[in-house]
Ligand binder design. Structure first.
Ligand SMILES: *Cc1c(COP(=O)(O)O)cnc(C)c1O
Length: 361
């Protein structure tokens, strides 16, 4: 492909010597699990988010399950979650014993709103998973004003800024994924939970280590879910660059606008007061499959991520939503991710827009 959907390699090129040194230092140390790299990364990542605590875990999916349990979610509870998101946002709920209740999203921003959440509340609702979709920042304070605890799914939102602060510091707790293609990605699987709440942090720390606070007494049926030292050392090299990469993603988005892409397709809309670090740049068009095929023929990679929304996945059949989710269904049909990365050049943006213009002419 002349222009690929992601470019995860280019931003790392200049950091290669530091990455090699960080990896070598871990090998030399002989500490691989829950050592100094993880504690230092947890301190630095909490500070980056503006949260009191960060807890490294094995991936973004287990981060959600562990955070929900640490917030007290369990059997008999309902957890509201959008259906237009990566499947894992919903998949992480049943392992807590709670039931996912699917809600709709705003058709422009792709994020949950106080109105879409309100429509899904039940007498058993214990928490809401507010997904910062594609890096856009969900209106967490407005949802908490409904009187329900919010867990931010910030897997796609490292480097984004909301009017009230960064993802990771907006809800009762938040979760991140460090999957390699995310805005802050390691070289394998990794994740984190952030929170200001001491009790939630302590509970999450215990759950990630077999439910044991002291490695002697096992208080809960927990998990073996840890960020490892190698990944933490790598993340410590990358973290100082996340804001610059986010700026570069926003600059690429601005170039798409200046190049007239908005005349051809509906552009992503940032939520009020937010500066999204577009993890994916997702446009909307009635003929999105034809657009994707035409772009591919022109050497431009494009992909629809969530054609079948979470509530219509076979594994979620038992948790079908009571109400219709019209914005979800429409977004599922019309969305298309086009190339986005901190390294996306002005020339590549021009190529993508020219190809889209030809396809849609
Ligand atoms: C990637 C992602 C996850 C899951 O993270 P993993 O590290 O792959 O387990 C959860 N929610 C959203 C919105 C994601 O994009």
């Amino acid at each position: 492909m002349a222009v690929s959907l992601f470019d995860t390699a280019s931003p790392l090129l200049a950091l290669r010597p530091q990455l090699d040194a960080a990896i070598a230092a871990v090998l030399d140390s002989g500490r691989f699990i829950l050592g100094p790299q993880v504690s230092e990364f947890e301190r630095e990542f909490a500070a980056f988010c503006g949260a009191r605590h960060a807890i490294g875990v094995a991936n973004g999916t287990e981060a959600l399950t562990i955070a929900l349990r640490a917030m007290g979610v369990g059997p008999g509870d309902d957890v509201v979650v959008p259906s237009f998101t990566f499947y894992a946002s919903a998949e992480a709920i049943p392992p807590t014993g709670a039931r996912p209740v699917f809600c709709d999203v705003d058709p422009q921003t792709g994020c949950v709103t106080a109105d879409t959440v309100r429509a899904a509340l039940t007498t058993a609702t214990k928490a809401v998973v507010a997904v910062h979709l594609f890096g856009n920042v969900a209106p967490v304070a407005e949802i908490e004003a409904l009187g329900v605890a919010v867990l931010e799914d910030a897997a796609q939102a490292a480097g984004s800024r909301g009017g009230a602060g960064r993802p990771g510091a907006l809800g009762r707790a938040a979760t991140f994924s460090f999957f390699p293609s995310k805005n802050l990605g390691c070289f394998g699987d990794g994740g984190a939970i952030t929170t200001d709440d001491d009790a939630i942090a302590e509970h999450a720390r215990t759950l990630r280590f077999h439910g044991s606070p002291d490695r002697i007494t096992y208080e809960h049926v927990g998990y073996n879910s840890r960020l490892d030292e190698l990944q933490a050392a790598i993340l410590r090299v990358l973290l100082p660059h996340v804001d610059d990469w986010a700026d570069a993603r926003r600059a690429a988005a601005a170039r798409y606008e200046q190049a007239g892409l908005g005349e051809l397709v509906s552009l992503p809309v940032a939520t009020a007061g937010s500066q999204p670090a577009w993890h994916l740049y997702v446009v909307r068009h009635e003929r999105s499959d034809a657009l994707a095929a035409g772009l591919a023929a022109a050497g431009v990679e494009a992909r629809a991520y969530y054609r079948t929304p979470a509530h219509r996945q076979p594994a979620m059949a038992a948790f079908a939503p009571g109400a219709a989710l019209p914005a979800t269904e429409r977004l599922a049909r019309e969305h298309l991710a086009i190339p986005m990365s901190p390294a996306l050049s002005a020339g590549q943006v021009a190529e993508v827009v020219a190809a889209a213009r030809t396809v849609l002419a």
